[in-house]
Every structure is written in structure tokens, then in C-alpha cells.
Design a protein around this ligand. Structure first.
Ligand code: HSE
Length: 286
């Protein structure tokens, strides 16, 4: 049996729209077992009631790409998924399915794909590396995508810094919320984001947490998505008041992520309560 653990991820971190993503300590488990015939898919946990258990399952589709690449065809396959990553909340659940399927298939049939090849295959399915890259590589990944080729580097987070995530009970479609974004931005807003993205990466690398409040601000996507999330600005302010160093929308939402080196429990409660005051039921994860 092959067993793979893939992390949840949070993309953008405020200013790093489509170029920063970070792995979280929350994992989906993918298990592949060869059986005599057929395809059996079992799903437990998040999405168990909605995810398909046939050939359209994303984990299977990703695995099939690997099998086809090397001309392998299993007689039968049992896939067991234990999902802890909330679906449709901006926490990389689909990237984890794609990466889980690719890694498990790579091992099952000894396909010998390296990380770059797995990344390219996964990106051809997801369309962008935001969640794929940190799901595969771990840590905080900075990436530049040029004509399908990805250049990346990775940093580890300062010791003691943790992500606190407030997860509303409603989903958001990345495709729909991307349509809410402008096609052109002003030079002033571009500079605003470049400066903060650079500040954020340098600060995390050096462990200089004092600048994260400024560094996790954004003008390219959050202002256009904020209106779709009741209480968005209030949750961010409340988390900062409770001690979070920086707070941002997680990927395309609906979750909000706070980075904190202290008071994580309090921040989690405050974010959840503030969502509730805005009429949104939410849970929090540390
Ligand atoms: N960078 C992406 C977005 C993340 O904000 O739309 C979602 O995959």
C-alpha cells in the first residue's frame, strides 16, 4: 500500500497574488492499494458527501496522468482518501488532491518523475502553481511562471510563527472571484504590492515579524473580493488587535489566514466570533 500525506496551502499571503504560497500543518491522506480489478474509491472527512467516487475523482484523474505518461495500467486500484482540508475555502484542497494522486501514482508504478516533472504535470491540471507548488515542496514557495515553465525558491517560516485560519461555512469559487478582478491596475497599486511582497519575503526569512502588518496588505485582489465575505475587514482588524502579526485572505477565499507567534488560541476565537457577529458561522484551525 502507498500512503501519501499532502498539506493544505494558503496562496497570496496578501500581496503575493499568483506568486506566493505556503504549506500549512493540516493534511489530507491519500492511500493507493493494488487490487485484482476495478476502481474503488473511499472518501472520509471533508467533502465525503460531495466528492465523486468514480473516474472523475480528481485524485484518480491526477494518478491517471502519471499512469498514461509511462504506459502503466493497474489491474485494479483502491483509493482511500482521508480529508482534513476544507473544500472550496482557499486552502488548496484541489491542489492536495492533484499532488496526492501524482505522488501516489509515481510510487505505485515506479514512474520515476522528479519534483519538476510532477510540478509541471500538476500545473497542467490546476492551471497555476499557487497551491500546487507549496503542496509539493512545503514551506513558503515564491514562484515565477514563464510560458509554462516555473522558477521557484523556497523559504522556511521563522520558528514559532503559526498560521491561524478562520474558515467560514460558505465556499467561494476561485474562477468566479477571479472574474471580479480588474484587468488593469495602476502603477501606484503595482508598486504598493511589489514593495509589500518583497518586504514580506525578507521579513519572514529574517524573522522580522514587526513589519508583517504592513507587509501582508494588498491592493490587487483583496479589495475586490472583500465585499463577497461578510465581516472581512472586521475579522482582519480583530485578529490584529488580538495579536496577529499579519492577516490576509487565504487564496481566493473564503478563509482568512493570520500569522502569529503568540496568542494563537485567542486569535482563533476572536476571528470566529467576529465572523459570527457578521452573520457568518465559521470554525478556526491553528
Ligand atoms: N492566486 C489565486 C487567486 C489563488 O487568488 O485567485 C487561488 O488559487
Amino acid at each position: 500500500m502507498i500512503r501519501v500525506q499532502v498539506p493544505a496551502t494558503t496562496a497570496n499571503l496578501g500581496p503575493g497574488f499568483d506568486c506566493l504560497g505556503m504549506a500549512l500543518e493540516l493534511y489530507n491522506i491519500v492511500e493507493f492499494t493494488k487490487i485484482t480489478r476495478g476502481l474503488v474509491i473511499e472518501v472520509d472527512g471533508e467533502g465525503a458527501g460531495e466528492l465523486p467516487r468514480n473516474e472523475s475523482n480528481l485524485v484518480y484523474r491526477a494518478a491517471k496522468r502519471v499512469f498514461d505518461k509511462v504506459g502503466y495500467s493497474p489491474a485494479g486500484l483502491r483509493i482511500r482518501l482521508v480529508n482534513n482540508i476544507p473544500v472550496g475555502r482557499g486552502l488548496g484542497s484541489s491542489a492536495s488532491a492533484v499532488i496526492g494522486g501524482i505522488i501516489a501514482a509515481n510510487r505505485l508504478c515506479d514512474a520515476g518523475l522528479n519534483k519538476r516533472e510532477m510540478l509541471a504535470l500538476a500545473c497542467s491540471m490546476e492551471g497555476h502553481p499557487d497551491n500546487i507548488a507549496p503542496a509539493l515542496l512545503g514551506g513558503l514557495v515564491i514562484y515565477a511562471s514563464v510560458e509554462g515553465e516555473i522558477t521557484w525558491t523556497k523559504i522556511d517560516l521563522p520558528a514559532g510563527l503559526k498560521a491561524v485560519v478562520a474558515v467560514p461555512d460558505f465556499t467561494m469559487s476561485t474562477r468566479d472571484t477571479r472574474e471580479a478582478l480588474p484587468h488593469m491596475v495602476t502603477m501606484r497599486d503595482a508598486v504598493f504590492n511589489i514593495s509589500r511582497a518583497a518586504l514580506l519575503v525578507a521579513a519572514l526569512q529574517k524573522g522580522d515579524l514587526s513589519v508583517l502588518g504592513t507587509a501582508m496588505d494588498d491592493k490587487l485582489h483583496q479589495p475586490f473580493r472583500a465585499g463577497l465575505i461578510p465581516g472581512f475587514k472586521k475579522v482582519i482588524s480583530a485578529a490584529r488587535l488580538a495579536g496577529a502579526r499579519g492577516v490576509a485572505l487565504s487564496g481566493a477565499g473564503s478563509a482568512i489566514v493570520a500569522l502569529a507567534d503568540n496568542n494563537q488560541g485567542l486569535i482563533a476565537e476572536v476571528m470566529k466570533d467576529t465572523f459570527r457577529e457578521s452573520g457568518v458561522s465559521a470554525r478556526s484551525l491553528i
